[in-house]
Write a protein that binds this ligand. Structure first.
Ligand code: UD1
Ligand code: CA
Length: 486
């Protein structure tokens, strides 16, 4: 039995990314729920490496914190001064003196790279027993990138940076993607020979290839199956282009797996989201974070879900939900706002212009119109009428409200927490409920109604209201005469 090959991954993430013009380091900018660095680390996972070293430098603290979250096993290594990609790899390897076998180096700003491509690149390199292999791509516009210079027989001669290239070399459209595989000992030896004799005065990792060719070590080029994978994100315009490419990739995969996406150009689904077959995603919909949508649920149009789960057959229309659980066959929207801790039971309903926070609705419970429900438990089958406000906050502390099973809260009620409306109890419309309403009771706090006769005629004489009242009074009087005559 052959031993598993020893591999080390090095990710270069120390650069500032000046063209981003950002307080956030470039590798921490994100594409559909994952940072650039996070995407590269996922692709690098295909290497099945013994260890992963991430070179940090610019805003190292922020990058380290992020790494601790997304890849706690990765080892951050500080490159205090960014003296170039070759210098970065040299520092990385000094931190892991035991590293032997294969070293995979990835620029931290190539987020569309697929794990499959990393695996094929490594396989090509290892099966040919090369000292170094570079991932390349033929592009229409190579500007700003390193060029692959081939010899007369088509083999790799060296890699030249655009700034250092001759006019002839600049015509080359085959570029270096910034993803490489090396044999560790050969890489160490070549890194020791790097000079800074170039336009930027930096140690270029790319010079390793020319140095290896000089000593007769075998090097090769692996051409990426899809140019898209090699695109770097250097400014925010490029970042937006990559985001759209990733959106298309994510959406196509979901559609192939049985999800309906009605307008793929306006459905933005984070790579961390999960969807079941026969879920329907309508126009202008964003699904973010740990959101999950079950079979047959319809989301959108115009809906954003963040860390929200939606049960089978539920409908969520023009809604914004954060940290909510929407049960099977529940109905939400239009224009609803679900905040963290909202849990909606099967077949429950949150209707138009309703905001809910940290509240639970039992099976079939309904809050159909214009309400605020905060820190409340609403029992199965209860109905909370239009315009009901749960006053959960007294300015100092938040308290809970309980509405029992099959209770009926009339419209325009204020429930002042802590308070409980018992199972099967009713609350009269317009009430302000500050005391519990026991099971089966009617709670009512309305003042008696008083009608002041003839008020409009006396106080608004000559108005259109007075005229309308007069017509109505005459008609009523006339109707009275007819009935008397009968
Ligand atoms: C690099 C390549 C170029 C290739 C391109 C692909 C070199 C010399 N050039 O150029 O041939 O076409 O990538 O995108 O390698 N970094 C460090 N420490 C440093 C410098 C850079 O960690 O001292 C990191 C950066 O954070 C980045 C990566 O290395 O993630 C690449 O650096 P960048 O400055 O973007 O290199 P390019 O000029 O794009
Ligand atoms: Ca770059």
């Amino acid at each position: 039995m052959s031993q598993a090959p020893r591999r080390t991954v090095v990710v270069l993430a120390a650069g500032e990314g000046k063209r981003m013009k950002s307080a956030t380091p470039k590798v921490l900018h994100s594409l559909l729920g994952r940072t650039l660095l996070g995407h590269v680390l996922v692709a690098a996972g295909a290497a099945e490496a013994e260890q992963t070293v991430v070179v940090v430098g610019h805003q190292a603290e922020q990058v380290r914190e992020h790494l601790a979250e997304v890849a706690p096993a990765a080892v951050p290594v500080l490159q205090a001064v960014q003296n170039g990609t070759g210098h970065a790899v040299r520092i990385a390897l000094e931190a892991v003196p035991e590293a032997a076998g294969t070293v995979v180096v990835l620029n931290g700003d190539v987020p569309l790279l697929r794990p499959e491509t990393v695996a094929s690149l490594i396989a090509a390199h290892e099966s040919a027993a090369r000292a170094a292999t570079v991932l390349a791509a033929a592009v229409d516009d190579p500007s700003g990138l390193g060029r692959i210079v081939r010899d007369a027989s088509g083999g790799l001669a060296r890699i030249v940076e655009e700034r250092d290239a001759s006019a002839e070399e600049r015509e080359i459209r085959e570029i270096n993607a910034g993803i490489y595989v090396f044999e560790a000992a050969a890489l160490r030896a070549a890194l020791g020979k790097l000079s800074t004799d170039n336009e930027q005065g930096e140690e270029y990792l790319t010079d390793v290839f020319g140095l290896l060719v000089e000593v007769g070590s075998p090097v090769g080029v692996f051409v990426a199956p899809d140019v898209e994978e090699t695109l770097g994100a250097n400014d925010r315009a490029q970042l937006a282009e990559l985001r759209a490419l990733l959106r298309d990739r994510v959406n196509t995969a979901w559609m192939r797996s049985g999800v309906s996406i009605l307008d793929p150009a306006t459905a933005w689904i984070d790579v961390t989201v999960t969807l079941e077959p026969d879920a329907v995603i309508d126009q202008n919909t964003q699904l973010k974070g740990a959101s999950a949508v079950a079979a047959g649920a319809v989301i959108g149009p115009d809906t954003t879900l963040v860390d929200t789960s939606v049960g089978a057959g539920a409908t969520v229309l023009r809604a914004h939900a954060v940290g909510a659980e929407i049960g099977p066959e529940a109905v939400v929207g239009p224009f609803s706002y679900l905040r963290p801790g909202t849990r909606l039971g099967r077949k429950s309903k949150i209707g138009g212009f309703v905001e809910a926070k940290n509240s639970e609705l039992g099976e079939g419970a309904k809050v159909p119109h214009l309400s605020y429900v905060g820190d409340a438990t609403v029992g199965a089958g209860a109905n909370v009428g239009a315009g009901t406000i749960v006053a959960n906050y007294d300015g100092v502390r938040k308290s809970r409200t309980v509405v029992g099973e099959a209770a009926f809260v009339g419209s325009d009620t204020v429930l002042i927490a802590p308070v409980e409306v018992g199972p099967g109890a009713y609350v009269a419309a317009g009430s302000v409920i500050a005391k519990d309403v026991p099971a089966g009771n009617l709670g009512v706090t309305r003042a008696q109604q008083r009608n002041v006769e003839g008020w409009t005629a006396r106080r608004r004489p000559g108005s259109k209201s007075a005229a309308a009242a007069e017509v109505a009074e005459r008609a009523a009087a006339g109707a009275g005469e007819v009935s008397e005559a009968e």
